[in-house]
Design a protein around this ligand. Structure first.
Ligand code: MN
Length: 250
């Protein structure tokens, strides 16, 4: 677990968190809403955290897609807002080319960062879904440097074809897997709290937006889950020690 600075010049006092925007190559309502967030709310904060799956698919930094979103992120970061991106299970190939074009900083997953003097664990969330053994096996494979090197060496058209097949396979897997299997595993969540000593975890991935208040070893802890942007937006605001999870209706 790598500690990382919350922003280049110290702790941010106002932050926005989003996850699972799942932007498709065909611009739709989610993209319009996300671009609007980048124009209106994002410039008002010190740091924007994108906790994975910003893109529905990402086959390499040489892809010509999502230019409007990358330009909008570049405008936000050029305005002095620190923008931090974690990999999701769909856009885990976001690399240094994306970071350079957008001005975003890629963070490791999981990562502990500080807000208002409190250490908080940020993660996409898929690594906590340990009941889904088939998915975890796939995750271990595709997150390996050798697999990624070989995949990225393929022609762009081949990578796009393979990514489409993988998405179809993922949809089939999701449709036949019970919902509880695809949620976080409580023991894995407890282990993450204990291993890091944090009292708050923020993640996405499960598309079950909620603020869970529980206890670990008698201590109150909180797990904030961001929602996906399929039907409406979802974001978490942080200001002066307070967190507010908001649905953003369309
Ligand atoms: Mn995900």
């Amino acid at each position: 677990m790598t500690p990382a600075p919350a922003s280049a010049d110290g702790e941010p006092s106002r932050c926005l968190f989003v996850s699972d925007v799942h932007l498709d190559t065909v611009a739709g309502a989610a993209e319009a809403q996300f671009l609007s967030l980048l124009r209106t709310e994002a410039p008002q904060v010190d740091a924007l955290y994108i906790l994975g799956d910003l893109f529905e698919s990402w086959v390499g930094d040489d892809t010509p897609v999502h230019r409007a979103v990358i330009d909008a992120l570049a405008a936000v970061t050029a305005g002095g807002v620190g923008c931090f991106v974690l990999h999701g299970n769909r856009d885990f190939l976001l690399g240094s080319g994306f970071a350079e074009r957008s001005g975003c900083h890629l963070l490791p997953d999981p990562v502990v960062t500080e807000f208002g003097g409190e250490r908080v664990l940020l993660t996409h969330g898929d690594a906590l879904c340990t009941d889904d053994h088939a998915y975890q096996e796939l995750r271990t494979l595709v997150r390996g440097p050798l697999w990624q090197q070989q995949f990225l060496a393929l022609p762009l058209a081949t990578r796009e074809l393979l990514a489409n097949e993988a998405r179809a396979g993922s949809r089939a897997h999701t449709s036949r897997t019970p919902p509880t299997i695809m949620d976080v595993n409580p023991s894995s969540v407890a282990a993450a709290f204990r291993a890091t000593g944090v009292r708050r975890i923020i993640h996405g991935h499960t598309h079950r937006p909620a603020v869970h208040e529980t206890q670990i070893d008698g201590e109150p802890v909180q797990r904030i889950v961001l929602g996906a942007w399929y039907e409406q937006g979802s974001c978490l605001s942080y200001e002066a020690g307070h967190y507010q999870l908001r649905a953003l209706p369309r």
